[in-house]
Every structure is written in C-alpha cells, then in structure tokens.
Design a protein around this ligand. Structure first.
Ligand code: DQA
Length: 158
C-alpha cells in the first residue's frame, strides 16, 4: 500500500526557520524518518513539498487512486485553505493532519484548522517524532479501513 506525505509552504526552510519552535532538523530528515517508518510497515511513500496552494491541491488530486493514505503538514494553509479542505475531502482515503508544533498552544490564528473536518486524525506538538507517529497512524487506519471494505464486499456477495 502507498502513502503520500505532503509538506506545505515554508517547510522547505525547516532547520533554519524558528528552530526554537520547529526544531533543528531539516525537512529531508523528517521525510527520511517517515519513509523508514512506512517501509518497516511494508508500505511505500512519496513526498511532495511546495510553497504554492494550487500545487498542493494538484498533489492531493494526484494521490487519488494512487495512495491509500495522506499525511499532510500544510503549514499556514492549514488555517486558511478551503480549497485544500475540498481537495482532501475528494481524496477518499485516510488523511492524517500533522504539525511539528502544537498550533492550539500558539497564536489565535493557528487555533483553527480548516482541514481538521476532513482529516481522520491529528498529530501535533511532537516535533520530528510526529512524522513517525503520523505514518504509523495513517497505515493502521488505512489497513483497518481496507479490512472493513473487504468484509463489506464479502457480506454483499452472500
Ligand atoms: C506548522 C504550524 C503552522 O501553524 C505553521 O504555519 C507552519 C508549521 C507546524 O508544523 O507546526 O508552517 O504546520
């Protein structure tokens, strides 16, 4: 099974950008960790980072029919992008929202996530560990969803 990891605006600056908030690691370190976690669980993973809202939406569209789960750290688009909300709603697979920091404990504009209503769950405030936790969660959720779908198909055939 396959997972798409999405990184939104400014996450390409991790390691340089506000290390006191986001930690010293670079995005490639987090991606490596996420990919190793996926691989250990028998999954494959691809990663897209973009600073452009439309490109992030294109990446969600590309994941349709291709990925079984999405883990998305949308950066500040989390708080503003109804287009991303709609794209994730149309994805159909498991969506896990991910943040390095804990937005709920920060400035008020970060307290609202417009993608939360279309996410299966949220991982936040765990720094780089969150990448492992989010991949684990997405894999477990997608695998149990696949088992349920199989069960429903069997019931229908009866
Ligand atoms: C972030 C939190 C967002 O509020 C912020 O705009 C980011 C990073 C995080 O990973 O903690 O760019 O998504």
């Amino acid at each position: 099974m396959h997972l798409t990891l999405l990184s939104g605006p400014n996450l390409d600056l991790l390691g340089e950008r506000e290390p006191a908030v986001y930690g010293p690691e670079r995005l490639e370190d987090h991606v490596r960790r996420a990919a190793a976690t996926a691989e250990a669980l028998g999954w494959t993973l691809d990663h897209v980072q973009t600073n452009h809202e439309g490109a992030l939406i294109d990446a969600v569209h590309a994941a349709r029919g291709n990925a079984d789960a999405i883990v998305v750290n949308a950066g500040a688009l989390t708080h503003t992008s109804w287009s991303l909300h709609d794209a994730l709603r149309a994805f159909g697979g498991v969506v896990v929202e991910l943040h390095l920091s804990n937005p709920a404990a920060r400035e008020p504009f970060r307290h609202t996530s417009v993608i939360a209503p279309v996410a299966s769950g949220l991982v936040a405030g765990m720094g780089g560990l969150g990448y492992e936790v989010a991949v684990h969660a997405a894999v477990r959720l997608a695998e149990s969803r696949a088992r349920e779908d199989e069960h429903d198909d069997e019931e229908e055939r009866r």
